[in-house]
Design a protein around this ligand. Structure first.
Ligand code: G3H
Length: 260
């Protein structure tokens, strides 16, 4: 039997929630979801300060992730949380290079590459986000932009087993505008080609490439059937009861993708 790429769904809660609302989300939406976790991996990424609370009450089938980590290690870096702190807290995943980090907080490709390196060196698993903005999409430079973002992390990673690439077109994030299946497949295919040419064919076959940008329980099905989509990074809908539906649709729809 051919090995498969296990489906992976990330929930990026961003800077949202109260202690009460996240407890309720875990207890009423996440823990009751009926999924075969052998086939579908789910990573929940609350705010840093909510991580221990969620860790205490979340079913152990789920994994926890942070939404960022510091460019530096522990030390005199006021307000920062280092990859070492995530590791110490037992948080196995971290999202890096999210477009909100790139565009609102000015993180450059070089900064993201350094964070990827630091997290990877500690054995943390990373969801690395790439994606073009609307001007770049309109200019027809999507593939170049995404390749440039991937080029930047090429030498930061030693273990691609611990890496998921999230394609998130900036114009689709929080806007209700999802990439069409054709647009998404084209970019996901180009990401897999990039991995094949720059890292290796086997790595390209085994690396999960997930889509993010206004994913809902309505549109996830049509994206999931695409050859190169191995799951989703969900923002807004991950804070709603619809997330349980997304998880169940994904898990029922396809247990995993056979390597090409
Ligand atoms: O990390 C998640 C993405 O930013 C997508 O957010 P969204 O689902 O609210 O569009």
């Amino acid at each position: 039997m051919q090995p498969m790429r296990k489906l992976i769904i990330g929930a990026n809660w961003k800077s949202n929630g109260t202690i009460q609302s996240i407890r309720s989300l875990v207890q009423t939406v996440l823990n009751p979801a009926i999924i075969d976790y052998k086939n579908t991996e789910v990573v929940i990424a609350p705010m840093y300060i909510h991580l221990p609370i969620v860790k205490d009450i979340l079913k152990s089938d789920f994994h926890l992730g942070a939404q960022n980590c510091s460019l530096t290690g522990p030390g005199a870096y006021t307000g920062e949380v280092a990859a070492e702190h995530l590791k110490d807290l037992g948080i196995p995943w971290v999202i890096l290079g999210h477009s909100e980090r790139r565009h609102i907080y000015g993180e450059s490709d070089a900064v993201i590459a350094e964070k990827v390196k630091r997290a990877g060196a500690l054995g943390l698993k990373t969801i690395i986000c790439v994606g073009e903005n609307l001007d770049e999409r309109v200019a027809g430079t999507t593939t170049e932009v995404v390749s440039r973002q991937l080029d930047a992390i090429k030498y930061s990673l030693s273990d691609w087993n611990n890496v998921v690439i999230a394609y998130e077109p900036v114009w689709a994030i929080g806007t209700g505008k999802t990439a069409t299946p054709e647009q998404a497949q084209e970019v996901h295919g180009s990401i897999r080609l990039w991995i094949g040419s720059n890292i290796g064919r086997l790595v390209a076959n085994s690396t999960r490439v997930i889509y993010g940008g206004s994913v809902t329980d309505e549109n996830c099905k049509e994206l999931l059937v695409l050859d190169d989509i191995d799951g989703f990074l969900v923002g807004g809908a991950s804070l709603k009861p619809a997330f349980k539906t997304i998880l169940e649709i994904c898990d029922n729809h396809k247990p995993g993708k056979t390597f090409t």
